[in-house]
Each structure stands twice: as structure tokens, then as C-alpha cells.
Design a protein around this ligand. Structure first.
Ligand SMILES: *[C@@H]1O[C@H](CO)[C@@H](O)[C@H](O)[C@H]1NC(C)=O
Ligand SMILES: *[C@@H]1O[C@H](CO)[C@@H](O)[C@H](O)[C@H]1NC(C)=O
Ligand SMILES: *[C@@H]1O[C@H](CO)[C@@H](O)[C@H](O)[C@H]1NC(C)=O
Ligand SMILES: *[C@@H]1O[C@H](CO)[C@@H](O)[C@H](O)[C@H]1NC(C)=O
Length: 231
């Protein structure tokens, strides 16, 4: 593995992949933690996430990003030593990019990237600060499919079961474009995916949709028209 000298004139340096440059690991042993900050970030699956440094003290000697709260060497994602030269090393090559300002870019995140990221900043006086980020990656939701046991039913006689086909756990039901008001004739299954109306009345005629959501996005089914005949 060839070593690479990188100028500290940061503006002139281009990122060249995670550089497996040996840094002074001994230098990092037994840091004296003086500060802990935790930030929470939500992100959508498939996007790029920037883990910023929340508090950057002056006189930084170097920094290390870890996966999880643990600061074991085998949890190191990437590190950077600021002295006469900047040295970077990292374990997860590819989707991870350590910027020269110390921030960590995670590209095209998946749910597996959810969790804690800990940054230890070593200062020139040999103390250090520690901060952690909790990343939660939410799935990109696809529109659910709404099915009904029967879309043409008879008032005061028939029942109807509508099924929202989705893997999502958070579901809203909509009737004519607004939140469905449940009546005593309506029952939602525990998983919220089945709506039973028994018996159906004329006032139930209209357009039904189910809407799945998480903190980062939502997706609605096509609307399903329930036609109610009366005798
Ligand atoms: C992002 O990751 C997914 C798999 O998680 C992959 O299918 C897709 O091609 C990636 N997109 C880019 C732009 O790298
Ligand atoms: C749907 O309900 C209508 C009216 O009650 C009935 O005539 C029809 O047979 C039902 N269709 C199915 C597939 O159950
Ligand atoms: C929802 O309805 C479908 C179709 O009628 C049925 O197969 C399924 O068991 C129901 N699920 C629940 C949780 O009631
Ligand atoms: C719902 O929409 C249907 C079709 O547009 C309409 O006939 C019905 O009166 C509406 N029902 C309510 C309660 O708004």
C-alpha cells in the first residue's frame, strides 16, 4: 500500500476514494472525553447523508468516525489526522466519503445504515471530545394496492372487506379524499390493513384509499370506488 502525501491546502485537494493511509493509531489510545453531544438525523433510503461535526473545537489534531458508541479500533469507519499532512484511512470503502472538514458522507443509504455514528475529535493538548449521531433511514414507500371483496354492494344487506396491500406499518384510510371517520359498522384489523364495513349503508358510497407513511415520505393507493345499491 503506497503512502500518499496530501497537501493541507484543502481547497486544492480532490477526494480520491478512501485512502488507506496509515495513521498513528497509538496516538489515539485512551482519549480523555470532555464532551458528549448526540444528534438525531432522519433520512430516506437511497439518499446521501452528511454526518456533520456538531461542535468543532479549535486546535484539532485529528478525528475518527466509529460505527456505534464503541470506540474500538475494529469499529473505525474513517479517520483523519491534521498535522503537517492529512492522513485518512477507512474500512468501508465505496459508499463512505470522509471530507477534509471532517464530515462523513454516506452515499445511497439503506436501512442497514441506521444506527449510531460516533466521532472522536482529538485536540492538540491530547484531550478529546466525543459526539454521536443517531441516523434513522426510512424505506422509500411504494403505493399500496387497495382491493375490495366487492365494489358493488347492496345497502343494509352486504358487507365489504377492503384490503390495503403494503409492507408498511403506518396506514391511514381515506374516504372521498379525507380521513375516514370510523363508525360502529366499521372495523379495522389490528395491522390496520383490512377495513370491514358490515353492513354497508348508502352513505358509505364513494372513493376509498389507503395511505402509508413514515417520517420521510408517504404513498397513497389508487382510489377504489364503492358503489352502493339500495333495494
Ligand atoms: C443505491 O443502492 C441500491 C441498493 O441498495 C442500488 O440498487 C442502486 O443502484 C444504488 N444507486 C446508486 C445511484 O448507486
Ligand atoms: C357483489 O355484491 C352484489 C350485490 O350484493 C352481488 O350481486 C354480487 O354477486 C357480489 N359479487 C361478488 C363477486 O361477490
Ligand atoms: C385481511 O383480509 C384478507 C382478505 O380478506 C385476509 O386474507 C386476511 O387474513 C385479513 N387479515 C387480517 C389481519 O384480518
Ligand atoms: C363521496 O363521494 C361520492 C362520489 O363522488 C359521492 O356520491 C358521495 O356523496 C360522497 N360522500 C360523502 C359522505 O361525501
Amino acid at each position: 500500500m503506497g503512502s500518499l502525501s496530501v497537501s493541507t491546502h484543502r481547497g486544492l485537494v480532490h477526494w480520491q476514494g478512501l485512502l488507506l493511509v496509515v495513521s498513528l493509531l497509538n496516538f489515539w489510545s485512551q482519549p480523555t472525553t470532555t464532551q458528549v453531544t448526540v444528534e438525531s438525523i432522519n433520512a430516506l433510503e437511497g439518499t446521501d447523508v452528511l454526518l456533520r461535526i456538531l461542535y468543532k473545537p479549535p486546535n484539532v489534531a485529528g478525528l475518527i468516525w466509529y460505527r456505534g458508541y464503541s470506540t474500538e479500533n475494529n469499529r473505525i469507519i474513517a479517520s483523519l489526522t491534521v498535522k503537517s499532512r492529512i492522513h485518512k484511512r477507512g474500512l468501508q470503502v465505496g459508499r463512505v466519503k470522509l471530507n477534509y472538514d471532517g464530515s462523513l458522507m454516506l452515499k445511497n443509504v439503506t436501512m442497514k445504515d441506521s444506527g449510531i455514528y460516533t466521532l472522536v475529535i482529538r485536540l492538540q493538548d491530547c484531550t478529546s471530545t466525543t459526539e454521536s449521531t443517531r441516523l434513522t433511514v426510512y424505506p422509500l414507500l411504494r403505493a399500496p394496492t387497495l382491493l375490495a371483496s366487492n365494489t358493488t354492494v347492496t345497502a343494509n344487506k352486504d358487507a365489504v372487506v377492503m384490503t390495503c396491500q403494503t409492507n408498511a406499518h403506518a396506514i391511514h384510510w381515506l374516504f372521498n379524499g379525507t380521513n375516514l371517520q370510523l363508525t360502529e359498522r366499521m372495523k379495522l384489523s389490528l395491522d390496520l390493513r383490512n377495513l370491514t364495513i358490515d353492513p354497508v349503508l348508502r352513505e358509505d358510497a364513494g372513493d376509498y384509499q389507503c395511505n402509508t407513511f413514515n417520517p420521510m415520505n408517504s404513498a397513497k393507493s389508487a382510489s377504489l370506488a364503492l358503489d352502493v345499491k339500495f333495494e
